[in-house]
Design a protein around this ligand. Structure first.
Ligand SMILES: [Zn+2]
Length: 283
């Protein structure tokens, strides 16, 4: 377990990473603490969080996707999520989706090297994992504030990637934890995605916030405000007809397309200046 999850001390928060390829964040105030997202929860995630803090814990799901809510049920504490993502969260933590995800994780792909690796920890037990459920979900909305003692965490609605996507604003540090709401490679093709216009409004709202840093669920680097201008351009210019098929996850039958700025391709995903949205014909 110790080697499955890693904890890094950042400026004002802790970052938890693992072979699950998703980041969770812990912010500790003088009275209580906040956990932002719970990963897939393949390992003993709760125990790792509890090595950081024993304080009362508020748990937030930035959205209902399985890689952000899968570890919810390891906790007794309630998990706060936007109402519009509740159903999505229940579906994404259902038995069938858990089994599919865990099977797929045995052959996780390293995007950068193209190598396959087993993304499950040694102690993983399929039957236990499949039956976990979604945790004790509670509703949050725009403007809700969690006072951790000297630290105020405010909920902002940031729909796009999902209809009920939220971000959490750490007022004292001027940092915004955004989940998958923005980035250089945003999936906007699913049923749970909003219209492209609504996604663009979210990007503009985040840009206007003028945060010192934007911290995502998959990007190891802190996103800077200026990057949002590129993301907005990627979203506005995206044209399905000119997009590059995204077979990696979806095969031939249902295939969203990657629309990147300046005619860039997936091969250039980790180059500076790359920004893309992945869209379906309808979106
Ligand atoms: Zn997501």
């Amino acid at each position: 377990m110790e080697t499955y999850y890693q904890i890094e001390k950042m400026d004002g928060y802790d970052r938890i990473s693992s072979p699950e390829n998703v980041f969770s964040y812990v912010i500790v105030g003088s009275e209580s603490a906040m956990l932002i997202d719970t990963g897939y929860g393949y390992g003993n995630f709760r125990e790792v969080v509890r090595t950081i803090t024993e304080k009362p814990l508020y748990i937030i799901n930035t959205h209902g996707h399985c890689d952000h809510a899968g570890g919810n049920a390891q906790f007794e504490e309630p998990v706060y999520i936007h109402e519009k993502d509740m159903e999505l969260c229940r579906e994404h933590t259902s038995e069938n989706i858990r089994r599919d995800n865990a099977e797929r994780a045995k052959h996780n792909l390293d995007y950068e090297t193209g190598n396959e690796y087993n993304g499950l920890p040694e102690e993983f037990h399929m039957e236990t994992y499949a039956a976990l459920g979604c945790g004790d979900l509670r509703v949050v909305k725009e403007g809700d504030v969690f006072d951790l003692g000297g630290i105020h965490m405010e909920i902002l609605e940031t729909p796009g990637h999902t209809k009920g996507g939220i971000s959490v604003f750490y007022r004292e540090k001027n940092l915004l934890f955004i989940g998958d709401a923005a980035g250089h490679f945003v999936w906007l093709f699913s049923e749970e995605t909003t219209s492209r216009e609504e996604y663009i409004q979210t990007l503009e709202k985040m840009y206007a916030l003028n945060a010192a840093g934007y911290i995502g669920g998959h990007n190891p680097d802190v996103i800077e405000r200026e990057d949002f201008l590129l993301y907005i351009r990627a979203a506005k210019e995206a044209d399905y007809e000119k997009g590059e098929p995204f077979h990696a996850f979806f095969g031939e039958e249902y295939c969203p397309r990657v629309c990147a700025v300046d005619g860039m391709t997936l091969k250039e995903m980790f180059q500076p200046g790359f920004a893309a949205v992945v869209i379906s014909a309808e979106k």
